[in-house]
Write a protein that binds this ligand. Sequence first.
Ligand code: NDP
Length: 295
Amino acid sequence: MNILLFGKNGQVGWELQRALAPLGNLIALDRHSTDYCGDFENPTGIAETVRKLQPTVIVNATAYTAVDKAESEQEKAQLINATTLGALAGAAETCGAWLVHYSTDYVFDGSGDTPWKESDTTAPLNVYGQTKLEGEQAIARNMQRYLIFRTSWVYAARGNNFAKTMIRLAKDRDTLSVINDQFGAPTGADLIADSTAHAIRVALDKPEVSGLYHLIAAGTTTWYDYASKVIHYAQSKGIALNVKTINPVSTSAFPTPAKRPGNSRLDTRKFRETFALTLPDWETGVTRLIDELYA
Ligand code: NDP
């Protein structure tokens, strides 16, 4: 079985290279690949890659993920996150492939305090969220067999993310201010990749599982509690950090070009029940990340 992976060097893409390898013959591409086009600014090239390789499963970890920059680069974000997805989905459907894709909690407006279900109304607050939603719709419109996993607050040992930024700032500064009124769950790229591999095995046997799922670690936290956990755990391991005080602040203390949702809680029941998987607590993965970074 040929498995085609796009975006092999992102946080999730890197972990997918490991997790998908045992499932079949893995062809992993990124924007610089030369044998086949992996550049999502080239929709025709991406469709051509699918036609040439005729994969059984396509996994797309490519995305325009610069949330604030997207506000001033709308066309580019739209091309990568939506237009090319339409071309990819069309080519995948023609060759009868499964398409696995990732989306985001940012498709919701962040109101209320209950976890969002897959069937809840979407209303993105920013350009990134809007383009990711259009990507989901392009797949659902064009395809019979797909898995879309909405995830949130992704981190990995490789790549840039909030946890690593907090450690770096805690080395340089003695006071940090961190937002305490946005709620969600930090989710490891390794958990996403491993869960994807298991879900693909189920989907190949049971095509009726095709659809949209929420896939995040269990539990809920805020950026402030997440930062505190990372810093205190790093300190408990003897890592020298200068930070003395971590202040909880509201979102309004850090104005950004893109608005963020306050409530990013996602209900994962559909994912867990459909694929018979357990999603561990977010703290398990975050402490493991620190252990891995500072072994
Ligand atoms: P990363 O930003 O780590 O990876 C995205 C990858 O896409 C990078 O390798 C990047 O390459 C690549 N890419 C960007 N533009 C192009 C292009 N034109 N052609 C080819 N490749 C391109 O993202 P994550 O791994 O964290 O995200 C994986 C998925 O999860 C995405 O769908 C994202 O929307 C979703 N998600 C992520 C969240 C997060 O907190 N990170 C939260 C919720 C959902 P390069 O490095 O060369 O630019």
